[in-house]
Design a protein around this ligand. Structure first.
Ligand code: SAM
Length: 239
């Protein structure tokens, strides 16, 4: 995958510096990173698709985080009763959509993202997130390392590892396809290691999001599951 970096992209990211969208297209870049409408965004050079950015308060995430809806989210129910000053580690932050739901439900959320471009997009999203940002802390790290060096930080560790999606919605398909181009899908050993690290770090439970019919993460059976129409949450009680 080749990523073009426009002059207004943050410095230091891996990719090919390009002067313009047209130059990215001419150089054969698959994706290009730059600012659109004030947001650090990713798009297909020359393509008709809406650019992708981290938007904690608008669009589909905005709908999910509305105060009257967020408590009905299966993810919030899967995370369980929130203690005072409860902390969740979202160890696979991605575009921060699930992290926003957890923060809107009242959790303090530590977002871990290892992919530097996604980390930069999350950082830009936080800058625009308003009050919700006060409950989110972003770290550019590999969770396999971070969880081991930060035991006893959180009651809940949340995992949503990459999975080859077969969703029907074109919009979801586009976002996930671009995400998958940036961030590879872990093999079974990687998935097992992530679950083990999460189980070690979580004071109360680990919650894993999976497509409805996807196999369990390797290593341990969940204590219970909450199934929705297209995804399910596997809950592992640890304490
Ligand atoms: C499917 S996406 C998560 C989407 C996210 N739940 C959301 O709501 O936007 C998975 C993300 O986890 C990140 N990731 C996977 N393994 C990781 C690890 N060991 N440490 C940090 N980030 C990881 C990937 O780079 C990718 O951005």
């Amino acid at each position: 995958m080749s990523l073009g970096l426009l002059p207004d992209a943050p410095p230091g990211l891996p990719g090919l510096p390009v002067a313009s969208d047209a130059a990215a297209l001419a150089t054969g870049c698959d994706l290009v990173l730059g600012h659109r409408d004030g947001a650090l965004s990713l798009w297909h050079p020359g393509g008709p698709e809406t650019p992708l950015c981290v938007d904690f308060a608008g669009g589909k995430t905005g709908y999910r985080v509305a105060a009257d809806r967020v408590r009905h989210e299966k993810l919030v129910r899967a995370a369980g009763n929130m203690p005072e000053n409860g902390v969740v580690i979202d160890a696979t932050a991605g575009l921060g959509r699930d992290a926003a739901v957890l923060a809107a439900a009242g959790w303090q959320v530590v977002l871990l993202e290892r992919q530097p471009v996604l980390h930069a997009m999350l950082s830009d999203g936080l800058r625009r997130a308003g009050a919700l940002a006060q409950r989110m802390t972003l770290v550019n790290a590999d969770s396999l390392d971070w969880l081991v060096t930060h035991p006893a930080v959180a009651q809940v560790v949340y995992l949503d590892p990459m999975f080859p999606e077969r969703e029907k919605s074109a919009a979801i398909k586009k976002d996930l396809a671009w995400l998958q181009q940036l961030s590879p899908i872990d093999d079974e050993a990687g998935e097992a290691a992530l679950l083990t690290a999460a189980l070690t770090a979580a004071g109360k439970r680990v919650v894993v999001k999976r497509p409805l019919r996807a196999p369990l993460l390797p290593g341990r059976k969940p204590s219970h599951q909450l199934a929705g129409k297209t995804v399910r949450f596997d809950v592992y009680v640890t304490g």
